[in-house]
Design a protein around this ligand. Structure first.
Ligand code: PLP
Length: 453
């Protein structure tokens, strides 16, 4: 508005790219329960994880240091897109007639269009430094696979990706983007692994799941000395790498004299939500601000709101350590909603632990409400959001509408963690009225929870 002198785009100088990642473990009253060895059920030690991950991450996973130094070689690559802009969604506010002030941290400006390179780059860097030749991984919507393929190309590593079949078919351009960066891409389940072949034998038309794709990537990494596995979410070190989002947002909001009343983000495995919220949570725990922090998950894959807090496998085949997390069961295959990145049966153990401690809240939303929010956002702010952050936007819009009723001028902060340029088929479904909301019957959840280890 002409009479509003405030800023719309809040940018930071390149020199302000964070020098340290924030490790929230240092500020929790107790650490989360440890991962357990799937055979012995004893806590896993560094030796158990060494075949899969470089030592730097195994150390970062359990570190009690509050801050971890970001290597200069990583910051140099971060400079390609960081610091990312924090944008005030004035036109969305006006469309909603809300007195709330809505800010979104936009991660879609990264080379691959999401927050994922914030962790893909350090992961490829540490692996390359340790002499690893190849990384394997899974990808749901294709964003993580693109990010790792990009990061591997930066450091000269080979990259092999198992892409969930449903996305492989729906999103050919993500697949081609990975190949452009030089990666090999398999549709998962694939016949090239034992885990994939077994699932194909039972169900040749399996749409796949992140759990299945993880089994395949882990199997291949475990079977070769020069190969390691990279995970794009869920693990502590991944969440820690993403805290650059929140550190920047904290500084950006402070520069315009704002503190958030609500922080809202979408959760698949939890990394963008953690990345945005942890630095603010640090400030909250220190008594310097008191935002409500809220996770939004898809109603079709509601691990926080309908899952059980229990030890479960991270993958479908049961190769990974047992993780204590909110889970729908490791062989739960969610309906094929368009937010592929939110179709994971579990949740980051660190976030699950923090949820149990009451440090944030969670809600679930059906996909049509989310796409409605995404379309309104595109028509007001101009950016077409990825299907995943439409969940965060739906959460932000819901609160802003409440503010319109109560007259409260709340400050709402959200992460627009990716753009949707490769997701136009999903928008096609929505715009043509063909998108469905899936009902998730309690029996289906009970059935897969009945198979918890
Ligand atoms: C991967 C991805 C997600 C889900 O993963 P989190 O670890 O929960 O962040 C959400 N949004 C986008 C754009 C993604 O690429």
């Amino acid at each position: 508005m002409a009479d509003d002198p405030g800023r719309t785009k809040i940018l930071l100088d390149e020199s302000r790219i964070p020098r340290r990642w924030y490790n929230v473990l240092a500020d929790l009253p107790a650490p989360p329960p440890p991962p357990l060895h799937p055979g012995t059920r004893e806590p896993v030690g560094p030796d158990d994880l060494a075949p899969l991950f470089p030592m730097d991450f195994i150390e970062q996973e359990v570190s009690a240091e509050r801050y971890l130094e970001i290597p200069e070689e990583v910051r140099e690559v971060y400079r390609l897109w960081q610091p990312t802009p924090l944008i005030r969604a004035r036109r969305l506010e006006r469309a909603l007639g809300t007195p709330a002030r809505i800010y979104f941290k936009y991660e879609g400006v990264s080379p691959v269009g999401s927050h994922k390179p914030n962790t893909a780059v350090p992961q490829a860097f540490y692996n390359a430094r340790q002499g690893v030749r190849r990384l394997t991984t899974e990808t749901g919507a294709g964003q993580w696979g693109s990010a790792l393929a990009f990061a591997c190309s930066v450091y000269g590593l080979e990259c092999e990706v198992w892409m969930v079949r449903a996305s492989y078919d729906q999103k050919p351009y993500r697949r081609l983007m990975m190949r452009t960066y030089g990666a090999r891409v398999h549709a998962s389940p694939s016949p090239v692994t034992t885990a994939g072949a077994k699932i194909l034998a039972d169900d040749p038309d399996s749409p796949g799941s992140l759990g299945i794709a993880i089994s395949e990537a882990v199997e291949v990494a475990g079977g070769a000395d020069d190969t390691r596995y990279a995970l794009g979410s869920v693990l502590n070190h991944v969440l820690t790498h993403q805290t650059v989002i929140g550190e920047e947002a904290l500084e950006q909001l402070a520069s315009v004299g704002e503190t958030p009343d609500l922080i809202v983000g979408c959760t698949g495995g939890g990394s963008n939500f953690a990345g945005l919220s942890f630095p603010f949570l640090r400030e909250k725990l220190a008594g310097r601000m008191s935002p409500v922090i809220r996770a939004v998950e898809p109603a079709a894959c509601p691990s926080f709101t309908r899952g059980r807090y229990a030890y479960d496998f991270g993958d479908a085949a049961g190769f990974t350590p047992l993780l204590k997390m909110h889970t729908l069961g490791h062989d739960f295959v969610p309906d094929p909603i368009h937010a592929g990145g939110l179709r994971y049966h579990g949740m980051a153990p660190l976030l699950s632990h923090m949820y149990e401690l009451g440090l944030f809240e969670a809600v679930a939303k059906p996909q049509r409400e989310c796409f409605e929010a995404g379309v309104l956002f595109a028509r007001t702010e101009g950016i077409v959001p990825a299907p995943e952050p439409t969940h965060a936007l739906a959460g932000a819009i819901e609160e802003a509408r409440r503010c319109a009723e109560t007259g409260e001028p709340k400050v709402i902060l959200t992460a627009l963690c990716g753009h949707g340029h490769f997701d136009m088929a999903a928008y096609d479904r929505y715009l043509s009225g063909e998108m469905e909301d899936f009902d998730l019957p309690q029996e289906r959840i009970e059935r897969s929870l009945g198979r918890l280890p």
